[in-house]
Ligand binder design. Structure first.
Ligand code: BGC
Length: 310
């Protein structure tokens, strides 16, 4: 995978967010149904990113065993995607404790990956692993670079060739990609998230303190477009220099943004990614940022067009 000038191998994707990664906070949840995989495939997506909160379904003590029933649930979702010819990116999502106390959780994190890799070894190359969603706080670049390489080594014990995505620190900030030391490995991809300007994309989002004040934020001026172009161009240049493909594994807007700038931002970020050869996955399928409405079982056509029109 480490070849220069590789174009977006994961193509166009969508996140099945708030399903297998759901937090127990009463927020919106996605109950994963087989028909959603059909919808995603029929719409023309190439990839689903499947965020998984493994840390809630594994023992706290060595050997940190993952609960077999949970493995089966994740396995079913992986199969649903792969069977339809979709790429499936499985990550470790919402392992908040590791951001607060990285040293205390390093061994457990590596043990989770050792088990996940062994479990899915032989599953075919449409399955991708992504080490950790949005490392942050005490999990800074120095610590993350060491930990990522330990987790990769644990994966490689059973699965020498599966493509593994490694993300930047500071919540997968595109601007933090230069701090990422990619381990020496032929089958890596880099990943980052794009939510800028945050006051626009997260206006009114209940989990972001102070975001009520951002309600009504608009987007679309020349300088704002230029900022997006600059951020993504820098990220793409970094990836090219490193010889890895880049995947923007999350980008999107919370549902409270006005529909017109929301659609415009989505289309602009998506087109810039494609111009630069970056694969992407929209956050998310059908909850807070949703491009699909489970109640009416229909796509939000304007957002879908922003993502998939030529
Ligand atoms: C988090 C979600 C959040 C989204 C946008 C994701 O990484 O898991 O809970 O809605 O980012 O902020």
């Amino acid at each position: 995978m480490r070849r220069s000038g590789v174009s977006a191998p994961l193509g166009r994707g969508v996140n099945f967010g708030n399903a297998l990664d759901a937090l127990p906070d009463g927020g919106r949840r996605l109950v994963l149904r087989d028909e959603y995989f059909d919808e995603v495939k029929a719409a023309g997506f190439d990839t689903v990113r499947l965020p998984v909160r493994w840390s809630e379904h594994a023992r706290q003590e060595p050997p940190f065993s993952i609960v077999p029933e949970f493995f089966a649930r994740v396995g079913r979702a992986v199969d649903q995607g792969v069977r339809r010819g979709l790429n499936v990116v499985v990550n470790v999502h919402h392992y908040h404790e590791i951001n607060r106390a990285p040293d205390d959780h390093a061994e457990r994190f590596v043990a989770l990956w050792r088990q996940i890799a062994a479990h899915f070894a032989g599953r075919g190359d449409r399955l991708y692993f992504e080490l950790l969603n949005e490392p942050r706080d005490a999990l800074d670049a120095g610590r993350w670079n060491v930990l990522a390489s330990r987790a990769l080594a644990a994966i490689r014990e059973s699965d020498p060739r599966r493509v593994v995505l490694v993300g930047s620190v500071a919540m997968n900030d595109v601007g933090a990609l230069p701090e990422l030391d990619l381990p020496a490995d032929e089958h890596l991809m880099a990943t980052a998230h794009y939510y800028a300007p945050f006051e626009f994309t997260h206006q009114g989002a209940p989990w972001v303190e102070g975001s009520a004040r951002w309600r009504g934020a608009e987007w679309g001026g020349d300088s704002e477009r230029e900022a997006v172009r600059r951020d993504l161009t820098r990220a793409a240049s970094w990836a090219r220099r490193k010889g890895v493909p880049l995947f923007i594994g999350e980008f999107g807007t919370y549902k409270e943004a006005d529909p017109a700038p929301r659609v415009e931002w989505t289309a602009f970020v998506r087109r810039e990614c494609e111009r630069l050869g970056i694969g992407w996955a929209y956050w998310d399928f059908a909850t807070d940022f949703g491009v699909y409405d489970c109640d009416s079982r229909a796509w939000r056509q304007d957002l879908l067009n922003a993502l998939l029109s030529r």
